[in-house]
Design a protein around this ligand. Structure first.
Ligand SMILES: Cc1cc2nc3c(=O)[nH]c(=O)nc-3n(C[C@H](O)[C@H](O)[C@H](O)COP(=O)(O)OP(=O)(O)OC[C@H]3O[C@@H](n4cnc5c(N)ncnc54)[C@H](O)[C@@H]3O)c2cc1C
Length: 400
């Protein structure tokens, strides 16, 4: 494969967003709930709260989908999740199956399955142990498959591949279309978007949050931090410590080829995630990392690592060796030290909530995050277990 690099993150603010989402006749200076961040999680939270009759304002410094939510691989994956995330991922998948009634768009969701391929017997042992761990927790969604079943699912896989771990009901969706659909649905339910407006400071005064932006002020009863890779900055304004690392995750797309692949594929012991799009191109990612620009606003790919990804794909599907790479990009994602998101109340501030740091696997979880945060705000409880995601797990919060 050969690569030609285009930095997709250089794309500017889409001028249509303000027209689509802002309603000038309704004041956005006061709200029941202010959400910092108009990525998929912020939009999902806004949707759930607006549908419960709350006055919601979303602050987005760029535009919805500009960062991780609009440029990710679109994987709808329970396969391989940390045990603490599995109940949330199950509940979120149930919402993905009903995504069109939820947001008025099918978001390109297809339950094509997700597969982790074993390239050796050692890989098979790793995957078998994982399948047993999941089964012991009472879940059955991850199934071991052998050499023959692997070839039924991916007939062109290389001869050295010996089996895999298969999650039949997982799949993929279109990330930008999904974020746009959630933003539109939230706006239709009454949420207001202040796009191109950066939250600079938040203060609690006279029982309300005063939100200072680079363009004005807003007062709100409740504050939600859905600021993605910038979530640590907002947490700090609330007195919380959250060591989120902004990370430049890389993607590439090849030219079209004949349809040969249905599921989303990864490998047991090498970095890779790839799928064939409905148009026939291959979308390749899997965790290779570039760098973040000095101002912290752009993700810059590392061309050498694209070569590594391309070679890995060819190892597993040798017939692809003559494909060309048409586009590459990187997106900024907030990664936590333990790879688990922060979801729940702030530790050191009243009526403030966090939902950020989804550590490269938050696209799938976004529908359920909206419900969880809305439940916490409106009913002061979550029906799903979220203790593992508490911001208090970081030392200075528990001591402070
Ligand atoms: C290349 C790549 C591939 C990925 N692949 C997958 C995948 O296949 N499956 C999966 O489940 N997940 C995947 N992810 C992860 C997933 O995209 C993210 O976890 C998810 O989109 C995070 O959504 P978010 O709303 O929390 O963050 P974002 O989409 O980053 O949104 C946060 C928003 O907050 C705004 N903001 C920040 N600070 C401020 C401020 N002070 N004022 C106003 N606005 C502010 C930002 O501009 C941003 O738009 C991938 C991520 C990347 C980058």
């Amino acid at each position: 494969m050969t690569t030609a690099t285009v930095d997709m993150t250089a794309v500017g603010i889409d001028k249509r967003w303000p027209e689509m989402l802002a309603t000038k006749t309704i004041s956005t200076d006061e709200a029941d709930i202010a959400i910092v961040g108009g990525g998929l999680h912020g939009c999902s939270i806004a949707l759930q709260l607006a549908r419960r009759g709350k006055r919601v304002v979303v602050f987005e410094k760029d535009h919805p989908g500009r960062h991780a939510s609009g440029v990710n691989a679109g994987g709808i994956r329970r396969l391989g999740r940390h045990p603490a995330e599995i109940p949330l991922a199950e509940a979120s998948l149930a919402m993905w199956r009903q995504i069109e009634p939820l947001v008025g768009d099918d978001c390109g969701f297809h339950a094509v399955g997700q597969l982790k391929i074993a390239e050796s017997n050692a890989d098979m042992e790793i995957l078998t142990a994982r399948a047993e761990q999941v089964r012991a927790l009472g879940f059955t969604h991850e199934q071991m498959i052998g050499r023959n079943r692997l070839r039924e699912i991916v007939p062109d896989v290389a001869p050295h591949c010996v089996g895999g771990l298969w999650c039949e009901d997982d799949g993929a969706a279109d990330p930008f279309r999904t974020t746009a659909a959630f933003a539109r649905a939230a706006a239709a339910a009454g949420a207001r978007f202040r796009i191109g407006e950066r939250v600079m400071a938040v203060n609690r005064s006279r029982g309300a949050w005063q939100i200072e932006t680079d363009a004005g002020t807003c007062h709100a009863g409740v504050l939600v931090n859905a600021a993605g890779a910038w979530g640590g900055e907002i947490a700090k304004m609330l007195g919380d410590t959250a060591p989120v690392v902004p990370t430049a995750l890389m993607m590439m797309v090849t030219s079209r080829t004949n349809r040969f692949l249905t599921p989303v594929c990864g490998l047991a012991s090498r970095k890779l995630s790839f799928k064939q799009t409905p148009e026939g191109t291959l979308l390749i990612g899997g965790g290779h990392v570039g760098r973040i620009s000095h101002d912290g606003e752009c993700a810059i790919p590392d061309p050498k690592k694209f070569g590594l990804s391309a070679r890995t794909v060819i190892d597993v599907f040798p017939h692809l060796r003559n494909l060309t790479v048409n586009r590459t990009w990187a997106g900024i994602e907030g990664v936590m030290p333990d790879q688990l998101p922060v979801i729940g109340p702030a530790a050191n501030a009243d009526v403030a909530f966090h939902a950020f740091g989804f550590s490269a696997h938050g696209f799938q979880l976004a529908p359920i995050t909206g419900t969880i945060i809305a439940d916490l705000i409106c009913a002061e409880r979550s029906s799903l277990p979220i203790n593992s995601f508490d911001v208090g797990r970081f030392a200075s919060n528990t001591n402070g």
